[in-house]
Design a protein around this ligand. Sequence first.
Ligand code: FAD
Length: 434
Amino acid sequence: MSPVTSTQLLQELRQVVPRNILLDSAEAMRPFECDGLSVYRQLPLLVALPEETGQVQWILRTCHRLGVPVVTRGAGTGLSGGALPIEQGLLLVLTKLNRIIDIDPLNRTARLQAGVRNLAISEAVAAHGLYYAPDPSSQIACSIGGNVAENSGGVHCLKYGLTVHNVMEVRLLLIDGECAFAGGAGLTDEVEPPHAPGLQWRETMVEIHGPVLADWQRLFAESWDRYAEQPLGLPAATPAAVSDGGKGRVTVNEARRRMGIQRSLLKQIKRAEHRIWFATAYFIPSWTLRRRLKQAAGRGIDVRLLLPGPITDHPGARYASRRYYARLLHSGLRIFEYTPRFFHAKTVLCDDWVTIGSCNFDRWNLQWNLEANQEIDDPAMAGAVAAMFEADYANSVEQTAEAWAQRGWHQRLLEWFWRRVERLSLKIRHRRRR
Ligand SMILES: Cc1cc2nc3c(=O)[nH]c(=O)nc-3n(C[C@H](O)[C@H](O)[C@H](O)COP(=O)(O)OP(=O)(O)OC[C@H]3O[C@@H](n4cnc5c(N)ncnc54)[C@H](O)[C@@H]3O)c2cc1C
């Protein structure tokens, strides 16, 4: 492959990321020609300053396709020349990814983007009497990403350890950029309230690699092309097989045109032999789904529902779903209501089969929305999902048939009222569609 020129790389990147995050003139790139080891200097082909994680992914994927090497840079305070650009490469500067996602003072943890400065963490947690312990003398400028890469530490490391002793989890984006996430999380402040970190919604996302990515990309491009003015024009993805991967496929529901998620779920419920663990944010199931769940419980299968507790974004939907509790409990289902935060995850586990995605399996979802789920048929994945369910059950209140029968008239009235509202709104939508 002949070396790519700066103009070619710029042209390719402009198709996937905004022009203003790319620097190509020698003058603009000069401040990035070296890190703290300034005896070595080199201008790269191009400098990119992404503002969102998605842009990093597109940059990496494009460079990988063109065979362009990438050097990552935080604040550039490193003294070992690690952030020195490569002449034929791209310099990926992450200082604009500087958002503190949330702080959990009780557990003394914080989630951050890679470009957050050490001192910014200490400043943000000072009100709680805390500080970020690994404190290289460059902490006023250096970034957490650079700290992780260099395993940095200052005077406090004698007592509290180096970066490696203080980092609990790192999310990596690899150069091929080939991964997808499926699940119910929206990218809004409502899902992750910046000022109330304890109240972020309880979500489940699955990270996907391997050939099934081609199906996700096709689905994305298909939906985009149907509604956008300009087609997406993505090159066809051909992700390599993953050696230790399980079996998986994408299922889609699209109003009444495609019913893949629903059909597959009903089939798996019918086949299940041991367990059906069902988690959703809005439990307004169809008659068929309710019947299948009750039949399964009647066959002696462990059928459990994991649903939101009092914290929810749609109290009305919760009351409407509680209308079903009495009959389901009498049929032998177990019902858990999650209490710490709003439970917004959508996951079903039938024996060793798992489906995770955007679909709540409620009547609204199934009739009008475009939903996509990742199905996985793999005992190891099923084990991990079962452990996740167990952890959520431990944070939930279990409703029993006896206790449920004792609930007051006020509660019953609300259930009745919201059920009527739900039915009425379904009827209105039906009429409008005709
Ligand atoms: C005055 C001064 C004092 C210092 N004191 C200390 C000290 O007390 N203790 C100490 O340990 N170090 C010290 N350093 C060195 C340096 O500050 C640290 O190593 C710091 O962690 C580097 O962070 P940075 O964001 O500047 O990283 P950069 O210099 O930008 O990069 C450093 C390395 O990390 C990689 N990198 C950066 N961000 C990412 C990312 N997001 N993903 C993957 N790779 C990434 C780069 O490719 C490079 O290899 C000092 C430096 C100076 C100039």
